[in-house]
Design a protein around this ligand. Structure first.
Ligand SMILES: NC(=O)c1ccc[n+]([C@@H]2O[C@H](COP(=O)([O-])OP(=O)(O)OC[C@H]3O[C@@H](n4cnc5c(N)ncnc54)[C@H](O)[C@@H]3O)[C@@H](O)[C@H]2O)c1
Length: 316
C-alpha cells in the first residue's frame, strides 16, 4: 500500500491522515465541509510532534498530504480508502457507492463507522466484497486498536488485506467475527457511559468524581490487563473461578441500569458544566497535547511491563 485516500477529514479522518503520513505513505484527502483543507492541515500539524516523538518512518512528510475537491479525484488512484464521513447510514451508503464506482477494482474500502452494520452500509455498492469496517479509536494517530468487521458479502481476503495494512501502520487489528451493532469496544464504553450519565442524573456523583473513580482505580489497571485478566487477579490465588464464586451473586443485584437516561436540558447542563469545571479554562487543544504525551508514556509502560503484549511492539 502506497497511496491512501481519506474521505471525510474531521477528527477521525485527520487522525488517519496523520498516522498514514507518519508511516511514509502518500495521502489524498477530500471533504466537502467549509474550510476543510485548512482544518485538516491544522489537525495533522497538531498531531505531528507526538508522532515525531514516537518515531517517523523513512520518507514521512507532511508534504505528502494532498487535498482534492471530489471523491472521484481522491480515490481513483488509491490502494486503500478510509471513509470517515458523519455517522449516518443513508449518507454512508451513498458515499460508499460513489467511492466504489471510482476506486480501482483492487482497492480496499474501509469505513470508520463506530457501530453501523457493514452489510447495510454496502447496500448500494457494486463490489461489496471489498468493504470492511475499520473502526479506530481517538486519537487515531496514537491508539493502536482497530476493530475489523466484515458484512455478509465481505470477502475474507478483504479482511486479511485490511488487517495486514493496519498492522503495517503499527496497529492492533481486532477481527470482530460477528456483525453486531457497536462492535466490541463501543459496547463496553457505552455501558460505562450510560451508567455514568445515570450517576450524574440522579445526583449521586459529579462528572469530576466519576472521572476520579476511573482515573485512580479501574482505569489504571485496565490499561495493562483489561477487564477479564484484572478480575482473574481479584480472585486471589484461585483466580477467576473464586472471583466468580464470590462476586457472582452480585450480578443479580440491581447495580446497573444500562438503559440510557433521557438527555434532559438539566442533565446536559450538569454534564457540560462538570466538564468545563474540570477543564478549568484549558482549551481542548491543550488537553489533547497533555493526553497525547501521557498516552505515549503509558504505551511505553505497557510495553515495559508486558513485553509480549501484541500490538504495542511496533513503532507507532
Ligand atoms: N470521534 C470519535 O471518537 C470516533 C471514533 C471512532 C470512529 N468514529 C467514526 O468516524 C466517522 C467520522 O467521525 P468524526 O468524529 O471524525 O466526525 P467529524 O464530524 O469530526 O467529521 C466528519 C467529516 O465528514 C465531512 N463530511 C460531511 N459530509 C461528507 C460527505 N458526503 N463526504 C465526505 N465527507 C463528508 C464533514 O465535513 C466532516 O469534516 C463516523 O463514522 C464516526 O462514527 C468516530
Amino acid at each position: 500500500m502506497k497511496t491512501i485516500a481519506i474521505v471525510g477529514a474531521g477528527v477521525i479522518g485527520a487522525g488517519w491522515a496523520a498516522r498514514c503520513l507518519a508511516h511514509g505513505l502518500d495521502v489524498v484527502a477530500t471533504d466537502p465541509g467549509e474550510g476543510a483543507e485548512a482544518k485538516l492541515r491544522a489537525s495533522v500539524a497538531n498531531a505531528w510532534p507526538p508522532l515525531v516523538r514516537m518515531g517517523l518512518a523513512a520518507g514521512a512528510s507532511l508534504e505528502r498530504l494532498r487535498f482534492v475537491a471530489t471523491v472521484a479525484d481522491a480515490v481513483h488512484d488509491a490502494d486503500f480508502i478510509q471513509e470517515n464521513a458523519p455517522e449516518r447510514e443513508d449518507l454512508k451508503q451513498a458515499l460508499l457507492a460513489e467511492i466504489d464506482a471510482h476506486a480501482r477494482p483492487d482497492a480496499i474500502i474501509a469505513t470508520s463507522t463506530s457501530g453501523l452494520l457493514p452489510t447495510r452500509l454496502s447496500a448500494q455498492m457494486k463490489n461489496p466484497a471489498r468493504l470492511v469496517v475499520g473502526h479506530p479509536f481517538n486519537p487515531v494517530y496514537l491508539l493502536p486498536l482497530v476493530e475489523l468487521v466484515g458484512g455478509e458479502r465481505t470477502a475474507p481476503a478483504s479482511i486479511e488485506r485490511a488487517s495486514a495494512f493496519y498492522k503495517s501502520l503499527g496497529m492492533r487489528p481486532l477481527h470482530v467475527k460477528r456483525e453486531i451493532e457497536g462492535f466490541v469496544a463501543d459496547r463496553l464504553m457505552e455501558a460505562l457511559w450510560r451508567e455514568a450519565l445515570w450517576l450524574v442524573n440522579d445526583g449521586v456523583a459529579t462528572t469530576e468524581e466519576i472521572d476520579a473513580a476511573v482515573v485512580y482505580g479501574c482505569g489504571l489497571r485496565w490499561s495493562l490487563m483489561g477487564t477479564f485478566l484484572t478480575f482473574h487477579l481479584a480472585g486471589g490465588d484461585a483466580g477467576m473461578r473464586h472471583m466468580l464464586h464470590q462476586f457472582g451473586p452480585a450480578l443479580k443485584l440491581p447495580w446497573t441500569k444500562l438503559v440510557a437516561p433521557e438527555l434532559t436540558d438539566e442533565l446536559i447542563e450538569r454534564v457540560v458544566g462538570g466538564c468545563e469545571h474540570q477543564a478549568a479554562g484549558r482549551s481542548v487543544k491543550e488537553l489533547e497535547q497533555r493526553r497525547d504525551g501521557f498516552l505515549i508514556d503509558l504505551m511505553g509502560l505497557v510495553r515495559k511491563h508486558w513485553p509480549e503484549n501484541e500490538g504495542l511492539a511496533g513503532r507507532i
